[in-house]
Design a protein around this ligand. Sequence first.
Ligand code: ADP
Length: 602
Amino acid sequence: MTTNTSQSPVPLIQEKYNGAPERLSKEANDVRARLSSNRTLPTSRPRKGAVRLPPDVSSAEFETAIKELRQAIGVENVEVNDKALVDGWYLEHPNTHDAFHIAEQEELVSSATVYPGSTEEVQTTVRWANKFGIPIYPISIGRNLGYGGAAPRVPGGVVLDLGKRMHQILNIDAENASCVVEPGVTYFKLYEEIQKRNLPLWIDTPDLGGGSVLGNAIDRGVGYTPYGDHFANHCGMELVLPNGELLRTGMGAMPGPDGTDNPTWQSFQHAFGPSVDGIFSQSNFGIVTKMGFHLMPEAQHQSYCFTFLRDEDFEHIVDLIRPLAQKRILGNIPQLRHVIQELNVTGLRQADCHTGSGPLTREEIRVAAKKLPLGECSWVFYGTQYGSTNSIAEQLEIIKAEFAKIPGSRFFLPKDLPKGHYLHDRALVCSGVPVLRELEWLNWLPNGAHLFFSPIAPTRGKDARIIHEMIVEAHKRYRFDLFPTLCVAGREIHYIVNVIYDRADPDMKDRAVRMMRELIQKCAAKGFGEYRTHLLFADQVAGTYNWNNSAFMRFNETIKDALDPKGILAPGRNGIWPKRFRGKGWELTEKDVDLRSIGPRL
Ligand code: ADP
């Protein structure tokens, strides 16, 4: 049994493609030290079981298959998953299982990891999977933490870790303000390269910069500059289909002169004919090997925050944001957070603010928040404006006049707050500079892990109130602190709840699963559906999109069966099961609250 995490410094980007940038080296090492000091679980334990084999594949067949793939792409590029599982942490994450295991650690695991080095090797691997009937699960970086990490949905699937050997920035076109990247290019890497080349361009990053630019976009993740809808700002893809064939979308479907790429591949997303790009996001219809993105020309910007005194101001705040967002006076998608997040993003632990078990009381939150720079309040609005100095000043006057309608609201600029305050990190993220700050959340509990519950609600106070009250009530009953971050656009809200749990506490994990199952169902009954979810909740969420006798899922299944008749590519991802698996007990529904073991429910 190993109890110490590695004491070697966190790898830097110049040493490892998915490492930390040098500018964040100290912060990365410090945050790792804080997280490991809050860990009581051993770093790793001997495995209870042998290699988890792919379904319907004997160990002799598996051995033959592995041998054949090793011959095709190199022994060193095919690793059997037979060693102790190590959860690691964000920047040193595993590609063997879900590091934030809500199931037993050894359940949501791969049988092997494959590292293709080129599009051709991806095609070879896909053909191999078809030959042996082995499910493969592509990841780009595999840091999709809170949504399943690097784990395949079907235990014993083979993970295709694309990032390790395919991490080139293939092009940055300064005139067109666009780029083309391979799967292993992280936000950190793209940002550092643009700085190195001294180009006046921004990337758009989620809060943390270690994810894959391409992987996040196809999972429809978001960021916080005006280019924050990552999939909307992609332009052109290259994909390997489940039969091994290669496809280019958009203008890329037309060859460029003399064998070059089409010169408008990164200029016009839709090109001619059906716009098929969307079906390759949040699906299992293809493996993306290249993807283009638009980059935002750099701009002047001003981040700020407002605080609001009372919990009950919530509805009013949402109703004030709606017209400001619809008229595009708000420069980006702002975040509305509850003041409890001021505590954990500062690195405080639950035990620092609380005695006893269960969540903080409202009074404890009030007492702890009062000591922090924003003082006593209930809601914090983080926004950023873009444009010339004058236009930013004008925009801010309009916004201030609106929020002044709520008694007790206060306005802060970064210069009003001490150096370590979170607003300074927001100012970086909202101008395309990737950071690590949000990792502090995980310190809240020992062995901290999290699940996201991410429903969409209309931007209307009364709807927001309905969903908020359901979520508050469920958190109370299941005894969780509620960490809501609302990304509020002009017509819809991404209401993102971060359910933080202790990986060493089976009762807490069980409560987290039950609460997720219940909230998915209750929200759906009111018409609120999730935009994204953890692998193990995907069937249930997909099942709530069931209008007209589940016409949407039947459509997806028709495409799946046509493209992937052997059912090898990421079966079950986003609830889409190929014929081979469908209706054979693999689907996990509302009733499946015991997620300790994953496999067909017979
Ligand atoms: P990140 O590290 O950026 O969070 P991941 O690499 O974990 O992202 O990707 C998120 C999810 O998107 C994966 O679990 C996988 O289902 C899917 N995915 C990632 N990369 C690809 C790809 N190149 N082709 C197809 N699906 C992918």
